[in-house]
Design a protein around this ligand. Structure first.
Ligand code: ADP
Length: 362
């Protein structure tokens, strides 16, 4: 029986458990065995008990749980070839030669590198007598399939990452709460949201809560933004609005490339006469139960991931499972990661035109 491993890696995101459940159950349904790798690449490098066979009932209740129940970690050893060789050995000892990874672009890059090195890692293991030629013979190729777990919705080539709609829902809930108290006191609130390179959460939260003004990394605030923001807020107030909400992404900047901070905005609003408070949402945005959308997305994509494993040939490049125009599709993992990196690099270099063009090209 084919043995398929499933792992969550990098930053956690609501819905990751749904993908583990779907991979385990689809693997069993397809007459394969399923293995969970605990604590991300750490579990792969440590081996032994960190790689556990999963039965149908082992993932019961996973769908509605936030975070990741099989753990996640950032693993330095896996960044080194030695660590990846140990990981390969642990997989062979368990008889696993297919891995579904739910994580961000870092985790997916590491996975494809592992697949690429696999034959040479096995050669080394045999040469150094850590494994026998008979042990490695049945496992010539490693199949990798990526699932994108990230609250930021920051991967190219997919319309939604697993976790982004749960996070958006959480942000909206939080802003709704802030709204009631802001309205009572006619206050202004500056809300800081996550997103260093990607303003998707902030932009969508702005739309979904009807906020007055937002700041995102992809669109640096133009010269004179302070006056522009105040004019808009004054207009809203004149129309009878009793509250003001400004949302700022972590990575927000102005045209002169200076970081825009919530406290800076608070100063401006306070000087204009508004009683202003700052609320930093922080890790609340990552936690809690997955939204219905993420349960559905992780389930459908987990099923597709197992299909992709079973249909893979040695020549097929590693796929990442995406959602494009409401359809679950496969895309070349390396291309999606490369495109994502280009956007992040353009933003880091403050080349916003290129960043926006690349985003639009998706
Ligand atoms: P994310 O997957 O959320 O982008 P990271 O970039 O921190 O998170 O990656 C998670 C883990 O994936 C790292 O701790 C490391 O073990 C592994 N990884 C990331 N990039 C690589 C790489 N280029 N080569 C090998 N492993 C990597």
């Amino acid at each position: 029986k084919r043995r398929i491993g499933v792992m969550t890696s990098g930053g956690d995101a609501p819905g990751m458990n749904g993908s583990v459940r779907a991979v385990v159950r689809m693997a069993l349904h397809s007459n394969c065995e399923a293995y969970a790798i605990y604590e991300g690449y750490d579990g792969l490098v440590k081996g032994g008990d960190m790689i556990k066979e999963m039965k149908w009932e082992d993932v019961r209740g996973f769908l509605s749980e936030g975070g990741t129940l099989i753990g996640t970690a950032r693993c330095m050893e896996f960044m080194q070839r030695d660590g990846r060789r140990t990981a390969a050995k642990n997989m062979i000892l368990k008889g696993i030669d297919a891995l579904v990874i739910c994580g961000g672009d870092g985790s997916l890059t590491g996975a494809d590198r592992f697949r690429d090195e696999w034959p040479s890692l096995l050669e080394e293991l045999v040469k150094e007598k850590e494994l026998t030629p008979e042990q490695v013979a049945p496992f010539k190729h490693l199949n990798i399939v990526g699932l994108v777990g990230s609250i930021d919705n920051d991967l190219s080539m997919t319309d939604a990452t697993i976790g982004c709609y749960s996070s958006l829902a959480r942000i909206c809930e939080a802003i709704d709460s802030v709204d009631t108290t802001a309205t009572s006191h006619q206050r202004a609130f500056v809300v800081e949201t996550m997103g260093r390179h990607c303003g998707w959460l902030t932009l969508m939260a702005g739309v979904a809560t009807g906020s007055d003004f937002i700041f995102i990394p992809e669109q640096p605030a133009k010269e004179g933004w302070e006056g522009n923001m105040l004019n808009i807020i004054r207009k809203h107030r004149q129309m009878g609005k009793r509250k003001t909400i400004v949302i700022v992404a972590e990575g927000a900047i102005d045209e002169r490339l200076n970081k825009i901070t919530p406290h800076q905005i608070k100063e401006i609003l306070s000087e204009a006469g508004l009683d202003t408070r700052v609320t930093t949402l922080g890790h609340v945005q990552r936690g809690g139960q997955p939204a219905a959308y993420d349960r559905m997305l992780s389930t459908l994509q987990g099923v597709e991931a197992v299909k992709a494993v079973l249909e893979a040939t040695p020549e097929t490049p590693s796929p990442v499972i995406c959602m494009i125009e409401n359809k679950i599709v496969r895309r070349p993992l390396l291309e999606a990661v490369a495109q994502t990196k280009k956007v992040a690099e353009a933003i880091e270099k403050k080349d916003f035109r290129t960043a926006m063009e690349l985003r639009d090209a998706e």
